[in-house]
Design a protein around this ligand. Structure first.
Ligand code: VGL
Ligand code: ZN
Length: 202
């Protein structure tokens, strides 16, 4: 479909097996993501891209516990193990991911004090990445989303895409979830209520 773009979210080494923030099942979806890429005319990749002492890293503060939630100026923020540090192997795309068709690569999470799950708006919900304008300038009206992690970057990207006026589908079998404190179920409900088409398979 000429008006449709595939957004492949954060298929990076640190979210895959052996990575700093490995998501269970991440490696298994690589072939499914590649099949989606092969079936789409227009592909956008996102890349989590943090500075070495990013504010969301548990190591950036004293006495902090990984995966706990702490107040940030913009609201509650989960603290993560350091991951996807700019220029490191962990921030590279999974070696088997077919990236050659990507027409656009959106990097996010590079502001020192702001995390960014969504590829559209950072966690302060104010700072914009420019992806909305890019997709609209290209004439896309529908996005199909897959990748990592379903309950964080995929979900927030989908919710913001819908809010920006796109038709949105998430291909569940080409995603894997972190599932922290029931986040998978919670975000599936949020997406469904937000008018996002959750499809099991491509
Ligand atoms: C992600 C947590 C921290 C994701 C990125 O890609 O879902 N999750 N940074
Ligand atoms: Zn991150």
């Amino acid at each position: 479909m000429p008006n449709e773009a595939l957004i492949v979210v954060d298929m990076q080494n640190d979210f895959c097996e052996g990575g700093a923030l490995a998501v269970v099942g991440a490696n298994a979806i690589v072939p499914l993501v590649n099949r989606l890429i092969s079936r789409h005319d227009h592909v956008v990749l996102t890349q989590d891209w943090h500075p070495p002492r990013h504010a969301s890293f548990v190591t950036s503060r004293e006495d902090a516990v990984a995966f706990s939630s702490v107040p940030f100026p913009y609201g509650p923020q989960t603290l993560w193990p350091p991951h996807c540090v700019q220029g490191t192997p962990g921030a590279e795309f999974h070696p088997d991911l077919v990236t050659v068709k990507a027409e656009m690569i959106v990097r996010k999470g590079f502001h020192q004090g702001i995390d960014s799950y969504s590829a559209f708006r950072e966690n302060d919900r104010m700072t914009r990445t420019g992806l909305d304008g890019y997709l609209k300038a290209r004439g896309f009206s529908r996005v199909v989303i897959c990748g990592l992690a379903l309950d964080y970057c995929v979900a927030w990207t989908a919710i913001d895409a819908r809010q920006a006026g796109f038709d949105v589908a998430v291909v569940l079998e080409a995603t894997a979830a972190i599932n922290l404190d029931g986040s998978r179920k919670r975000m599936l409900t949020e997406m469904r209520q937000g008018g996002i088409d959750l499809t099991a398979t491509a």
